[in-house]
Design a binder for this molecule. Sequence first.
Ligand code: SF4
Length: 505
Amino acid sequence: MTLWLLGTHLDRTAASLDEHDRVLLIEATEFAERRPYHPHKLTLVFAAMRRFRDDLRARGLTVDYRRVETFAEALDDHFDEHPGDDLTMPRPAADAAEDRLRELVDDRGGSLSFVPNPTFLLTPEEFDEWAEGRNTNDPDTYRMEGFYRWMRRRSGVLMDGDSPVGGEWNYDEQNRETPPADWEPPDPPEFEPDETTREVASWVDSTFETFVDGAETAPFRWPVTREEALSALERFVDARFAEFGPYQDAMIEGEWAMTHSLLSASINLGLLRPMEVIERAERAYEDGDAPINSVEGFVRQVLGWREFVRHVYRRSMPAMADANQLGQAEDLPPAYWTGETEMTCLSEAVEGVRKRGYAHHIERLMVLSNFALVYGADPQELNEWFHQGFVDAFHWVTTPNVVGMGSFATDALSSKPYASSGSYVNRMSDYCSSCPYAVSRDTGEGACPFNSLYWTFLREHEETLRGTGRMGLMYSHVDDKGEDEWAALEERAETVREMAREGEL
Ligand code: SF4
C-alpha cells in the first residue's frame, strides 16, 4: 500500500500519510521539459518536494523518492520492487490526469485509487451538488457570487447566523482605493534558500530551457516548507492584511507585492491548507487586526474564486482550453517575453514575472490580460505564457482565469470581458505619470496604446458583446463616436499593433 503524491500534494498534515506503508514521490524531468517554465517555478516545486521528503523521513516515514526522466520509468522501478502494489493518490486537479496516471499503473499490474484532495475544500461530488439543476449558460444561476454565498453558508465562515458578518456579502466598493503618495507597503517576507534549494536552483539553471535565464531573475524568495509558508501567512496577517482590502486593486511603480498575501503558490503546492488560511483570516478579523473589507476580500479569493474556477475548469474541459469565442488570433507581442516596452504598466508587470515568476491579481487581469485581450492575442498563447511564467500557475488555475476571465474566450466565468482603456490603469496606479505615452489621448503619435485598441476592440466585437446586456454604458460611448474619430482610432490601433509585433511599443 503506497501513497503516491505529486508535487502539488505536499500536505504534511494529511492523515493518509500514516495509513500507508510508504510514500512515493517522483521527481520527473519530463515535467520540466514540457514547457520552458520560470526557473523559480521549477526550483520551488523540486525544492519543496525534496524538503517534504526530508521532513517525512525525519518523522520516521518510508519515502521512495525517485529522480527519473519519466513517470513511466519510476513506476517500472516501483513495481519491480513492489509487484501488484495498490497505490492511492489525492485526486489531481489537471484535466484527464486521473485517466493518464491510472493507465500507467494498470499497465504495470498495479492499481491506483483516488481520494479527496485536501488542497481543495470541495470534492467534485460536492460542487456538482451545488451545480445540479443550475443552468450553466445562465449568469444568474451558475456564477461565482451565488456559489460563494453558498460556500459561506455551508462553511459558516464570516457568518452571523444566516447573515454575513458586517451585513454585506461583498465589500468591493471599499476595496478600490489608491494609497496616498507617501505610502509605502511593508516589505514582503523573503525566505533565504537553504542548501537543498540552492542545489536545485543551480541544477535547474544548468539543465532546463526556462522562461527567462536564471541569471536575469531576482534572488529566489518563495517558501518551500510548511514552516516557511506558515511564517509567510503570519507575516501577511501582521504587516499587510489590514491594508490588503482597500489597496487590493492599486498599483505603484516599483512595488511588485503591494499588500497581496503571496500565498497562492504555497496553497497550490499543499504547503498550506485553504481552510487554515481562511480561519486565520477570520481570526484576524475577530481580534481586530484586519477590517471586514480586507478579510472578506481575502476569504472570497480562497473560499469562493479558487474553488469555483477549479470546478468550472473540471466541468468545462477539454473545450475550455481551446475556447476562442471572439476568434482572436494575434501572436502575443514579444514584450511579454522580453519586458522591453515603453509602456510603464506593461513593462512593470512583465518585469515582475521575469524576475520573480509573479505579478499580482490586478496586474494579471487589468494589465497583462487586458492588453492581450484588446490587442487581439490568441487566448491559448496567453494561457501558455501565464502557465510558463508564474510560480503559482497550473493548468487548472490559468485556463479558467486566462482563457475564461482574462480573454473572455468563453463566457463560462464572466458575462462580460474585463476590457478597459488606459483610464483604468491611470485611476488605479501611478504608472501613467512616468509613461511616455499620454493616457489622455486616444489617437495620434504618443497616444496611450490601450485607448485605440480598446475602442477598436469594442467595435470589432460589437455583435458578440453588445448583446451580452452588460455592456450598455460602453456601447453608448461607442455610439457617440463619429466616422472621423473611428478612422483615427483605427489608424492608431494599426500603428500600435505594428509596433507591438515589431517589439517597438
Ligand atoms: Fe499604461 Fe497607457 Fe498609462 Fe502608459 S499611459 S502606463 S501605456 S495605461
